[in-house]
Design a protein around this ligand. Structure first.
Ligand SMILES: *[C@@H]1O[C@H](CO)[C@@H](O)[C@H](O)[C@H]1NC(C)=O
Ligand SMILES: *[C@@H]1O[C@H](CO)[C@@H](O)[C@H](O)[C@H]1NC(C)=O
Ligand SMILES: *[C@@H]1O[C@H](CO)[C@@H](O)[C@H](O)[C@H]1NC(C)=O
Ligand SMILES: *[C@@H]1O[C@H](CO)[C@@H](O)[C@H](O)[C@H]1NC(C)=O
Ligand SMILES: *[C@@H]1O[C@H](CO)[C@@H](O)[C@H](O)[C@H]1NC(C)=O
Ligand SMILES: *[C@@H]1O[C@H](CO)[C@@H](O)[C@H](O)[C@H]1NC(C)=O
Length: 781
């Protein structure tokens, strides 16, 4: 008998191993939380579902990754295909689905093309809100809690000091999770919570490589520290960057908010950080689930997919809907896949989707050529050349013989000939490889300085980097001028003048070319992005475990502050503004706060002209949404377009039909209101045939007695009418509905391109407030 069992164990062992390897992460959605269950009862019920398909109690426990308690009623677990299909047959189970691996990542600019460091000289970095009125009215956000889903935090940064901060708000229920190099003493009255999530990551990719990241909330990447300090870093005076190159003030948008860190993004095994990172759906939903339970007021999520993702497969959207139900404002980055159209991610209408634009600040490092020509390059490189001319070469002319044609001029690793480069300034072009990597190649080949020329696609948009040698970045046109000079000169020479911060540059803002664009391919009836905010060359705190260039093998510099670009950087600006509004208007819904931010956004730059793309062409709402963030105006919007949780569920009924993954208990009516009638502060009408009438409702949040009248700038080829076109209010909180009728002007048809959207806006104004909504319309014929 004994012998028999031993054999059977030996036989079973390989079987168990095989079936373990077969198991994959599934998300199981049960239904809506009934509301009265204690948390442990929810977990027990999830466990009992697992027990019904697993052999033992232990196996069931071990297979459960997350039990979701505050968002969906469901769980993530390791299941075999057989177990998954068994579960899906149970009556109460709404859905059982495999997550989409590695779809999500942090929204810095293209990982092949970013980087930077430095500190500006004596200037406050937040140009979005001038003056302290809004900040003091919002008491700097001191009772508001902002959750940040990202790569963790570097808690020692002065930006996270709790100096002068009062007791932690009583509403806070979160924790400070300990782990590698992180314990409870790393949290304080600023950094009130920290957690990390990697169960799905590890189930999918194997154990975390602990030389690549910390198994704790500590940030080894820099990105999470940057975004968290942008939302809510304290004012830090006399911040110094590498080499004492410059100093000034660093501050978050809402400097007294409390921060709760949810680390969900991790390195990709076998790839360097420059190549990217990954954030798993189950891990992110667990973080959002906890954030809801912990009591955050605003969630900042600079994460998304490269391709737009359907609502039912988008766990940021699913989590965010449950957060919005609790009046948590969720701001997400639009993505960095621009400037091509239809590239936008995070398009759900209960999310604030944020594009990226420039600020009126540049780091000018002029390149002076031997013929006296002065070119306005930019950089945040600390090292300096002597004040004299150096020999200048174009990288394509000084390569090793083995370099392929398409890599000529790119300064890829090992491509430059030391004999031809030593002691010279080298012009390298963008296109392949990383920007900072090109500088490293020039330095390794013995070059003294480096000019980084934009490719044609980069145009005039300059990304500032902390290169490892004296450097300056120039526009495409300027790069061509430099090549021309090199070609036409017997003895080309140049020098690079050390960088200086220049404030008040014009035009500003302009749209960053990387910022993802509409139209919204998931639902063309919702205009996205919603808004744009500073995202180009943004200064904020950094992890001391990652060099400013992220090239950890070639760059061993440590910096406390760094310059970075992406919609990842613009999103926390909007989160900060939302936190300040939340402090001023604690009872407003997340839809009301979004509406206030959107309807007060600006459409002009600091030259009084319409916002442009980086090329100088007029930009459209598919780049900037309602316009550029103006938080001070948003504090007093006059009217808001509100929307309830039920409105969103009805919207989902008409858009995707089966809404079980969002709320299985909600009964969709036979005729749900059309998506276009969701009470949104903007309007998108794809393929209009003749006429459409749209409904909207505004809530008065301004003066009790007020009269608003309607004005519109219709898109070319269309007419717009509102009915009524005057709205009178007698009270705060009063709601008024109106319709907007859009009509194709047949006589204009020859002037309208059938495949193109046309843009305009309408607004309600009472002499004190202007409540503006952008619109985008295309023709059906
Ligand atoms: C936390 O870690 C620090 C070192 O980083 C140590 O000095 C401190 O004693 C630890 N605190 C606790 C409560 O363990
Ligand atoms: C972990 O990362 C280090 C450094 O990047 C690398 O050398 C090592 O091979 C990795 N270990 C594993 C198990 O992949
Ligand atoms: C600013 O920082 C520098 C170097 O970190 C230091 O030498 C200087 O005294 C500081 N200045 C002030 C006003 O604190
Ligand atoms: C090209 O040759 C150089 C030395 O001549 C070498 O360092 C480099 O690795 C080579 N590159 C490739 C891609 O073979
Ligand atoms: C510069 O001269 C090289 C030959 O030395 C030629 O191939 C290239 O097209 C010239 N470039 C410009 C911009 O004139
Ligand atoms: C537009 O409407 C007209 C009349 O209402 C109809 O004949 C035509 O087929 C419609 N066109 C499209 C593209 O739907």
């Amino acid at each position: 008998m004994k012998r028999f069992s031993l054999i059977s164990i030996l036989l079973l062992l390989p079987l168990i191993l095989v079936s373990c390897a077969d198991k994959q992460v599934y998300m199981v959605n049960i239904g809506q939380h009934s509301g009265e269950k204690a948390l442990h009862e929810i977990e027990d019920s999830h466990h009992s579902y697992l027990l019904s398909v697993k052999k033992t109690e232990e196996e069931a426990r071990a297979s459960l990754l997350y039990s979701y308690k505050h968002s969906i009623n469901g769980f993530a677990a390791l299941l075999s295909t057989e177990e998954a299909s068994k579960l899906s047959e149970l009556e109460e189970v709404v859905s059982v689905s495999r997550s989409h691996q590695r779809k999500y990542s942090l929204h810095t600019t293209r990982s092949w093309d970013f980087i930077g460091l430095q500190e500006e000289e004596g200037h406050q970095k937040q140009h979005a809100w001038k003056g302290d009125d809004l900040l003091s009215k919002a008491r700097y956000g001191k009772d508001v809690i902002v959750g940040v889903l990202d790569s963790g935090v570097w808690p020692e940064s002065n930006s996270f000091s709790d100096k002068g901060m009062g007791p932690i708000p009583k509403s806070w229920k979160g924790i400070c999770q300990t782990g590698v190099a992180f314990n409870s003493s790393h949290c304080n009255r600023k950094l009130i919570g920290a957690r990390y999530y990697l169960k799905s990551y590890e189930a999918n990719l194997g154990p975390l490589n602990t030389t690549e990241d910390y198994r704790s909330p500590r940030d080894k990447d820099g990105h999470g520290t940057h975004t968290a300090s942008t939302v809510g870093g304290q004012r830090v005076l006399n911040v110094s960057a590498i080499g004492g190159f410059a100093h000034g003030i660093a501050t978050g948008g809402a400097p007294l908010v409390r921060l709760a860190i949810y680390k969900v993004c991790w390195p990709i095994p076998g790839q360097s950080k420059v190549d990217g990172n990954t954030c798993f759906a189950e891990d992110m939903l667990a973080a959002i689930d906890d954030a809801i339970g912990d009591g955050v007021n605003v969630l900042s999520v600079s994460i998304g997919t490269k391709q737009p993702s359907k609502y039912t497969e988008d766990y940021i959207a699913i989590g965010a809907l449950h957060a919005a139900k609790k009046n948590i404002v969720v701001a997400c980055s639009a993505g960095n896949q621009g400037p091509a159209p239809s590239t936008l991610s995070n398009p759900a209408p209960w999310i604030i989707t944020v594009g990226a634009s420039s600020v009126d600040r540049q780091f000018i490092a002029p390149v002076v050529l031997g013929n006296g020509l002065r070119i306005e390059g930019q950089t945040v490189t600390p090292s300096k050349l002597e004040n004299k001319l150096y020999p200048l070469v174009y990288a394509a002319d000084v390569v090793n013989p083995n370099v392929s044609k398409e890599a000529l001029g790119q300064c890829l690793p090992g491509s430059l000939s030391p004999e031809k480069v030593r002691g010279k300034i080298v012009l390298c072009m963008r296109g392949l490889g990383t920007r900072a990597g090109k500088g490293i190649e020039v330095k390794m080949a013995g070059g003294f300085g480096f000019i980084l020329g934009n490719s044609k696609a980069n145009g005039a948009e300059l990304s500032c980097d902390a290169h490892v040698l004296p450097a300056s970045a120039v526009t495409y046109d300027d790069a061509v001028r430099i090549v021309d000079y090199i070609n036409s000169s017997k003895n080309p020479m140049a020098t690079i003048i050390p960088a200086k911060t220049v404030i008040g540059t014009k035009p500003a803002p302009f749209m960053a070319s990387f910022s993802s664009r509409g139209p919204n391919v998931i639902d063309p009836y919702i205009l996205k992005p919603d808004i744009t905010a500073p995202g180009l060359n943004i200064l904020a705190a950094w992890s001391e475990a990652d060099p400013p260039t992220k090239l950890s093998h070639q760059d061993n510099r440590i910096v406390k502050y760094n310059i970075f670009s992406g919609t990842s950087m613009s999103c926390p600006h909007v989160s900060a503004a939302a936190a300040l509004l939340k402090a001023i208007h604690p009872t407003w819904s997340s839809a009301a706060i979004r509406s206030a931010l959107m309807t007060t956004a600006g459409l002009t730059n600091n030259m009084g002209s319409p916002l442009t793309d980086n090329s100088g062409k007029t930009a459209t709402p598919f780049a900037y949404g309602s316009g550029h963030l103006r938080p001070t105006m948003a504090a007093d919007p006059g009217l808001v377009y509100d929307a309830s949780h039920t409105d969103y569920l009805l919207y989902l009924c008409s858009t995707i039909g089966s809404i079980g993954k969002f709320d299985p208990t909600f009964k969709c009516p036979k005729a749900a209101p059309k998506a276009i009638n969701l009470n949104y502060p903007s309007l998108a009408i794809p393929k209009l045939n003749d006429t459409i009438t749209v409904q909207r409702t505004v809530t008065n949040v301004g003066d009790s007695k007020s009269v608003y009248s309607f004005t519109a700038k219709p898109p070319l080829g269309f007419s717009i009418k509102a009915s009524p076109n005057v709205l009178s209010f007698d009270d705060v909180g009063q709601k008024k509905s109106f319709t907007i009728t859009v009509k194709v002007r047949r006589e204009m048809l020859s002037k309208v391109d059938k495949d193109e959207y046309a843009f305009g806006w309408y607004s309600w104004a009472d002499g004190k407030h202007i409540v503006r909504s952008p619109m985008a319309i295309s023709l059906a014929y």
